[in-house]
Design a protein around this ligand. Structure first.
Ligand code: MF3
Ligand code: CO
Length: 255
């Protein structure tokens, strides 16, 4: 079932979205050469706790994970595209990292991901991040009442694939509200004019991921969580929680 949210409910989710943005800012600030992913998870825990929020990720056990999620952020480094675990790995010069987090307040969730580099960035990584952000922006722009779900995926794959990057469609976006993962599924690639009609009150996480090598295949690492590019190439994931309103799309996961 797809639940449309009222203006008041969207306002509640907006508060959770602020916490997600605060986690991104704090983790980005603390991320540096030699800092462990585990330490970044601790930084994120403090932000969530001090905001009086709960973590949508900690202990969450979806079908695609081997065990309940052990952290409050996903830390996906270089060839890890999605769901990287916050291990004792220490960041190295030039690493490319995605930070995915979810938080809830009063039972309302928000989910978002940012990507950035640590130390001396590679030119091609900066380009990958820019195109991923443009891919997400194109998807958000297509999230308008009267449009179709397929318009979002079509807009995103036009940008991402148009730049020559690989994309996968098994891990895409999702409805979000009282639960982090709700119906409907939001494909990263789809056909324009297809799929459900977009209506005011529909709140979705839109989350494209791109692989630099241009291939579409991926595999899950032996840790049971990390989704890695099939060719080992660097990958980027970005995500916003977006409310579709009569006035157009409103991004909830911003400060
Ligand atoms: N944004 C990610 C997704 O929707 C969040 C995964 S949460 C986790 O797939 F806890 F499962 F990692
Ligand atoms: Co998500």
């Amino acid at each position: 079932m797809i639940e449309l949210k009222s203006t008041g409910e969207i306002a509640a989710m907006r508060e959770a979205g602020r916490v997600v943005a605060a986690v991104h800012a704090a983790v980005r600030d603390q991320a540096a050469i030699g800092v462990s992913l585990k330490r970044l998870d601790e930084v994120a825990r403090t932000v969530i706790e001090e905001a009086g929020a709960g973590s949508s990720f900690l202990g969450y056990h979806p079908s695609f994970g081997a065990m309940p999620y052990p952290g409050v952020i996903c830390t996906s480094v270089n060839g890890v595209m999605l769901h990287g675990l916050p291990t004792p790995y220490r960041l190295r010069d030039g690493d490319l990292i995605s930070i995915d987090t979810g938080a809830y307040i009063d039972g309302w969730h928000a989910d978002g991901t940012v990507s950035f580099t640590v130390g001396q960035a590679r030119e091609e990584d900066l380009k990958l991040i820019t195109v991923a952000e443009e891919t997400l922006a194109a998807g958000i722009e297509a999230a308008v009442p009267g449009g179709r779900m397929g318009d979002i995926g079509h807009a995103m794959s036009t940008v991402g694939r148009g730049a020559g990057y690989g994309m996968q469609n098994d891990f895409g976006g999702h409805g979000i509200g009282r639960a982090m993962h709700e119906s409907p599924f939001v494909p990263n690639e789809a056909r324009r004019g297809r799929g459900m009609r977009l209506r005011p009150g529909l709140v979705i996480a839109i989350e494209p991921s791109l692989m630099a090598g241009g291939d579409d295949d991926y595999h899950v690492a032996t840790d049971g969580w990390s989704v890695c590019s099939g060719d080992g190439s660097r990958s980027v994931h970005v995500e916003h929680t977006v409310a579709i309103t009569a006035d157009g799309p409103v991004i909830l996961t911003v400060p």
